[in-house]
Ligand binder design. Sequence first.
Ligand code: 5GP
Ligand code: MN
Ligand code: MN
Ligand code: MN
Length: 295
Amino acid sequence: LWKWLRKKSESSVKIKPDPLTRNPDIVWDSMRPEQNYQKITPLDPETPISDECVRFVCISDTHTFIENKPSYFLPDGDVLLHAGDITNEGQIKKLVEFNDYLGKLSYKHKVVIAGNHDITLDTDMIQKDPESAMLNFGIICELLKQYSVKQTKDLFTNCTYLQDSGVQLYGINIYGSPWQPVFRDWAFNLRRGEEILKKWDKIPNNTDILITHGPPLGYGDEVGHHGSGHVGCVELLNTVQKRVHPKYHVFGHIHEGYGVTSDGETTFINASFVNRLFLPVNSPIVFDYPLPNGY
Ligand code: 5GP
Ligand code: MN
Ligand code: MN
Ligand code: MN
């Protein structure tokens, strides 16, 4: 009954932008005392997989490292989740290599989102800046023609690519979104506050596993260079904690924030593969999701 009542009230929850959203570190200081913040020891990937669970393998920010080095070990599982920054500059060739690599992996499902480095997937950005050196629209179109596809995302034939969209696997609702607060001027950047909240407002209430490129405020979002402190999205944390309540929230982007934390309700997984020096040093993070009734 309690769950049903919450579901009912959730649907009418409207998150408001935080007036201090541009100062996430200050917002976190004021929120921290009421947060049930915990560090979590991730599941050992060697744990045998039970028939009653779906094993998810999370990775993010691979920045072209995994597909070129097949010796990198990815643990067994049913579903691979990638939280963006597949490439360094969205090169079409790199996206094709990544897709080929995914084709060789034995996971039953692979779910992928873009990050701020995967610039050729941001069609608005390509069209806004058609002449920029990195993003020459004409060259991108020519390359896509070579691969017989119309859009960059159509290159992903070996995975489910999510961009403000969802997929249901084994009765589990997964939703993915690439946006992050403006930092320099890379892809899928939006201003903190109302602008980015519009994207978070699209996340359905019944999301069980949320994938975003960037972290929410306070959980796996602390930077060690380009400044210091918490840089996660305030509106994303409020959406997660006050409306969506997913079981898992998987992201990357802030490489230094690698690891697992929890607020007592949602498990937050920063699965960055590279560290702040862009060296591929971190392990994929796995979790087991109980199969819903009937699956
Ligand atoms: P990437 O360039 O791969 O998206 O992010 C790499 C690194 O840039 C992160 O690990 C973090 O150190 C830094 N970074 C990314 N976004 C932000 C941000 O919004 N604020 C700050 N201060 N650093 C960021
Ligand atoms: Mn990255
Ligand atoms: Mn919910
Ligand atoms: Mn990033």
